[in-house]
Ligand binder design. Structure first.
Ligand SMILES: Cc1cc2nc3c(=O)[nH]c(=O)nc-3n(C[C@H](O)[C@H](O)[C@H](O)COP(=O)(O)O)c2cc1C
Length: 198
């Protein structure tokens, strides 16, 4: 697919068939994630991959708050045969920048202009979203509710120092209802771009 088509077609898909994603495709999605840039080439990220029906079910069971109704969103999303949870690892960045070529041996977080550990993991997630489009599949990045995180970590043995930035549901697209947020419309270039000065 042409690169511009990949970008233009990228949208969050929230309804999937249960058909599996071929393992070569899963591998390509993950390999491309590793091509994301990272500050100091820290690569402080990890990806939990759930590609069996049992593991996907454990994901939803551990991240759905008790008492939440099954709605259209969860019905469509739960069908996805593949979940990838990208996680950021702040300590890897603090340690990397304490090395002699960077020299921030105090590991002081106030030195960081922005949380690059989350930013870099987000860029890896975007590469996965684009690869999904190139593969003719669909995906949605969504948040894991904070009050489910402990249960999710325990269920999958995630170490404390790894922070999920969200989760990706990936699979074969079915027609879905576009998010109501889209009614906001895409902001025009002129509103967001400041050429030469603000
Ligand atoms: C960080 C982040 C978190 C998001 N969380 C959710 C979510 O919890 N549930 C959901 O359905 N969509 C979620 N989305 C998708 C956005 O709603 C979507 O990207 C936005 O409405 C623009 O639509 P598009 O991506 O289809 O162009 C999230 C997107 C991002 C980047």
């Amino acid at each position: 697919m042409e690169f511009q088509d990949v970008v233009d077609r990228r949208r969050m898909v929230r309804s999937f068939s249960t058909d599996p994603v071929p393992s070569e495709t899963v591998d390509r999605i993950l390999r491309n994630a590793l091509h994301a840039p990272s500050a100091g080439f820290s690569q402080g990220w990890a990806f939990l991959v759930l590609d069996s029906a049992a593991d996907v079910e454990r994901f939803w069971a551990s991240t759905t708050p008790a008492g939440r109704d099954v709605d259209t969103w969860s019905t469509g999303m739960r069908q996805a045969p593949l979940i990838v949870v990208p996680m950021s690892h702040k300590q890897a960045y603090l340690d990397r920048y304490a090395e002699p070529d960077k020299g921030w041996t105090d590991r002081d977080e106030s030195r960081w202009a922005a949380p690059y550990w989350d930013i870099d993991t987000g860029m890896a997630a975007l590469l996965m979203l684009l690869t999904v489009v190139d593969e003719g599949l669909g995906a949605c990045l969504f948040g894991i509710p904070p009050d489910s995180l402990q249960r999710f970590r325990a269920e999958f043995g995630v170490p404390d120092e790894y922070a999920p930035i969200g989760a990706l549901a990936i699979g074969h697209r079915l027609p879905d209802t576009p998010s109501a947020s889209l009614r906001r419309g895409r902001r025009p270039l002129a509103d967001v771009v400041h050429r030469g000065r603000w």
